[in-house]
Ligand binder design. Sequence first.
Ligand code: URA
Ligand code: SF4
Length: 215
Amino acid sequence: MKDQVKKHLKILQELGYEHIFVEKYSEDKEEKEKKLKEIDRQIQQCKKCDLYKNRKQAVLGEGNPNSPLMFIGEAPGGDEDKLGRPFVGRAGKLLTKLIEAAGHKREEFYITNICKCRPPNNRTPTPWEMEACFPYLEQQLQIIKPKVLCLLGATAARAFLKRNVAITKERGSIINWNDKLLYLTYHPAYVLRNPNAEITLFEDIKKAIELAIEK
Ligand code: URA
Ligand code: SF4
């Protein structure tokens, strides 16, 4: 890495550059962790929508605060609500398995949801609940600054695109959103019910990772 940088600088020097401006790429990890903890403190007390009534605890998300890629699901389920961590139930185990099959670890990335509290009986969050919770996700995006958002399932895609999404038709699409790329794919829970779709979800996860890392 160091040698590569040196080589690069040498080439710039030969091209006549005398000064280069190095932009600080990302804040200190600890600084980011501190800001994320503050959001966590807020969501644990949040009563902006009725989902607070049903939660054991709100689930902020977890992972690398410097990740170029964020996986975004719908809302915590029973296991997540109990453990306070995103994607740790059956769907989460599948997500973790596919990230590993792509040659990576889930800790390399950041994983979260549109809604931070578990809906009763794991129903889909309502548009209002998603809207109420979205500012917390926006704060997370401002802190973590990922390049690619891998949206797991139609609900997450709807929350960003503010329109209905037919995920079987639109999965695999890459959409510009602010200065980021949205990568639409299936929700792992859908794949648990439709095992034939596993290979597609795997390919999508691989592509989203490549897009985030090479960009
Ligand atoms: N399903 C989701 O959408 N999110 C989780 O965290 C777990 C299951
Ligand atoms: Fe607040 Fe979001 Fe929980 Fe609703 S789902 S109570 S907006 S943290």
